[in-house]
Design a protein around this ligand. Structure first.
Ligand SMILES: NC(=O)c1ccc[n+]([C@@H]2O[C@H](COP(=O)([O-])OP(=O)(O)OC[C@H]3O[C@@H](n4cnc5c(N)ncnc54)[C@H](OP(=O)(O)O)[C@@H]3O)[C@@H](O)[C@H]2O)c1
Length: 270
């Protein structure tokens, strides 16, 4: 594997996980081959202590790096892009963006149209190595670099290659998805608490139910519908719950929430 140099524009929650994954990967570079632009002293300190190089200029970071990861908030991105000298970026550079909503085409254009851009939609369980990560196909990145990026994200969870046009859909699925389950766990626990169980006990039962159900979905080879049927004996309690969910419009509510997420991702792209 070529001795790549890596650049990170921001090392907040998500990119910190990636830098740690990179440093412990099979192809781990020496920390001195990782350059980071990050204004937040507290966020960058753990990495400068490990030997990563702090830089204060985007062009300097890009010049010294082969693969550049962008992980600023979408609202900050225009300011970052306007500070970069796109004319200086050649076809040898590969950018990897986890920024919600922003398409690879948009980024590639803003960065001078010669470099490759790989767009990725990860999620926060990456912190535990249990992320769900959608990675957009890239025609311009070499197979070697694409594989490296794929392997890096795979070390943080389950990685699937999808068409770049589906990255906003992935945002609504796995990017924002953890929050849907946190909210569901909270609703279930609050219900238990309303009925007299202490909240922590109810939350523990809800969490284990979610993780057990997820494991059944993963390992049983059965569809969600088949597994639902296994729990739903005719005239039983689960059927009563499922009917009430349908009557209350749960499916429509989920669909509306995910559509709002998708719409917002598309707005952020402008
Ligand atoms: N969090 C998620 O669940 C999730 C999931 C999928 C994708 N994403 C995407 O990942 C990206 C990062 O999210 P995050 O949760 O890691 O955010 P974050 O923790 O807020 O990290 C962003 C970092 O960027 C720094 N920063 C601010 N201005 C900067 C600049 N001009 N140049 C370079 N760095 C700058 C921030 O410093 P300060 O703290 O000083 O502002 C912060 O350390 C976002 O685009 C988001 O859409 C997030």
């Amino acid at each position: 594997m070529k001795d790549f140099h890596y650049g990170f524009i921001a090392c907040g929650n998500m990119q910190s996980i990636l830098i740690r994954a990179l440093l412990s990967s099979d192809f781990a570079p020496n920390a001195s081959r990782i350059a980071i632009f990050e204004p937040n002293d507290a966020n960058i300190k753990p990495f400068t202590e490990l030997g990563c190089k702090r830089v204060f200029d985007y062009d300097d970071l890009i010049e010294r790096s082969d693969i550049i990861f962008i992980g600023v908030k979408p609202q900050i991105l225009p300011k970052v892009l306007s500070s970069i000298d796109a004319d200086a970026i050649g076809p040898d550079k590969v950018f990897v963006s986890i920024v919600a909503g922003v398409t690879a085409d948009f980024l590639s254009h803003a960065l001078g149209d010669r470099c490759a851009v790989i767009r990725v939609m990860p999620n926060t369980p990456m912190l535990l190595g249990k992320g769900a990560i959608a990675i957009g196909s890239s025609a311009k990145a070499s197979p070697e670099v694409f594989r490296l990026v794929f392997d890096l994200f795979s070390s943080c969870g389950l990685c699937r290659e999808v068409d770049e046009s589906l990255l906003n859909v992935a945002t609504a699925l796995n990017g924002s998805g953890p929050a849907y389950f946190y909210r569901l766990a909270d609703d279930m626990a609050k219900f238990g608490a309303d009925k007299g169980m202490d909240y922590d006990t109810a939350l523990a039962l809800a969490i284990q139910t979610m993780s057990g159900a997820a494991e059944m979905l993963r390992s049983s080879g059965k569809s969600p519908e088949e597994l639902c049927r296994m729990v739903m004996s005719p005239g039983g309690t689960t059927v009563a719950a499922m009917n009430a969910f349908s009557e209350a419009g749960l499916d429509d509510a989920f669909s509306a929430g995910m559509q709002a997420c998708l719409d917002r991702a598309e707005e952020l792209a402008v």
